[in-house]
Design a protein around this ligand. Structure first.
Ligand code: PLP
Length: 383
């Protein structure tokens, strides 16, 4: 962190740009400014850099580079997946989980949309999903790992349900496809992204959450699936997302993903140990506290904690004054005063939701920092 006195525990909202990522990007912000679609050697070099980045992403997803479309971040990739499918099949329906990010909820709600509930641990109820699928369902979207409570969804089980539907449609002569999309914006640092193991047809990735540049990311689109374009123009990114490529962003995203996935096993272990210690210290010092969401199927870096009777906005500001940054929920919905739909989906009351703080750890987090946070919480709450 730039300011050593500050403690940043909001890595689900933003991650600092990694030095090596910045170094990889720099030439494309300076000397290597050429339009990758131009015909001369210098431009071809730039095109080569974009393609190399695409190969990095394809490698970690176990797919062909042509199945990766670069986007300006997770929101755009989610919009491309949802609008791209739904506008191709005008009378069709979409199902999303009840704990999706706004960049899924908002586009999905433009169409006939059903929500599949999660259980009290924040895991999608797969049996209920099975019942919600109709002959008109064309897309199911379930977040890989939730941004507020960190719970990891059973994509493989959802895939199994979708496969059954596909078989039954084939027998019934229903030609409508059914696809599985997952928003993996929060997953890049900690989870396996191999799409064949996940069973997804679309996967959203976000560079801004993996120590890459903001407004960088990608959508994996299984080969052969046709989507309506998001932005029309000069035909870049397979005509799905026209416009001269943001080369530095594409290159930075590929480097960031490569680094994050290379260190993910080690970093998951380190961060989950830190997280577990932090949770223990919280529970010891504040016995009334409640940790939200499954502890087993959870991102290694997430702590969502309800402090009964405490105003979360106030506590967040008191921590901020002490140089500790955390969040009252999703940074992306911070403008809304409504209690979090995610916390309500797992059964919290409005009051409990408004007593909940999210701490998310990251590469720079240390035991010294988490211990200081506990001490400061003690000063404020027991004070
Ligand atoms: C799960 C999830 N999806 C989508 C997004 C949107 O990402 P961005 O704002 O970078 O487009 C976020 C950002 O917090 C997220 O956590």
């Amino acid at each position: 962190m730039s300011d050593q006195r500050q403690i940043f525990l909001d890595y689900a909202a933003a991650t600092p740009l990694n030095d090596s990522v910045l170094k990889t990007m720099m030439p494309y912000l300076t000397n290597e400014f050429y339009n990758p679609s131009a015909g001369y050697q210098s431009a071809k070099r730039v095109r080569g850099a974009i393609n190399e980045s695409r190969r990095f992403a394809a490698h970690w997803l176990g797919v062909k580079p042509s199945e990766i479309i670069f986007t300006a971040g997770g929101t755009e990739a989610n919009n491309l997946a949802i609008n791209g499918v739904m506008s191709k099949y005008p009378d069709s329906e979409i199902i999303i989980s009840s704990i999706e990010h706004e960049s899924i909820r908002e586009p999905a709600n433009q169409y006939k949309c059903n929500e599949v509930p999660v259980d009290k641990n924040g895991i999608v109820d797969v049996a209920k999903l099975t019942k919600l699928i109709t002959d008109k369902t064309v897309l199911v979207s379930a977040v890989y790992a939730n941004n507020e409570i960190g719970t990891i969804q059973p994509l493989r089980e959802i895939y199994a349900v979708i496969e059954k539907v596909r078989k039954s449609r084939l027998q019934k002569g229903n030609n409508l496809p059914i696809y599985l999309h997952s928003d993996a914006c929060q997953a890049g640092n900690y989870l396996d992204l191999h799409v064949a193991r996940l069973g997804v047809d679309f996967l959203t990735l976000n560079g801004g959450k993996i120590y890459g540049p903001k407004q960088s990311g990608a959508l994996y689109i299984r080969a052969g699936i046709e989507l309506a374009p998001l932005i029309r123009g000069g035909g870049q990114e397979q005509s799905l997302r026209s416009g001269t490529e943001n080369v530095a962003s594409c290159v930075g995203f590929g480097k960031a993903l490569d680094m994050a996935q290379s260190m993910r096993v080690e970093e998951s272990k380190r961060v989950s140990e830190l997280r577990d210690e932090f949770v223990k210290m919280l529970q010891k010092n504040f016995p009334k506290i409640k940790i939200n969401g499954s502890m087993k199927k959870r991102l290694p870096n997430n702590i969502s904690a309800t402090f009964p009777g405490v105003d979360n906005e106030r506590l967040m500001m008191q921590l901020d004054e002490a140089g500790i940054m955390c969040s009252v929920g999703s940074a992306c919905s911070a403008s809304s005063d409504e209690p979090s739909h995610v916390l309500k989906a797992i059964g919290l009351t409005d009051e409990q939701a408004q007593s909940t703080l999210r701490f998310t750890l990251g590469r720079q987090t240390t035991k010294v920092e988490t211990t200081k946070v506990i001490q400061k919480l003690k000063d404020i709450l027991n004070g």
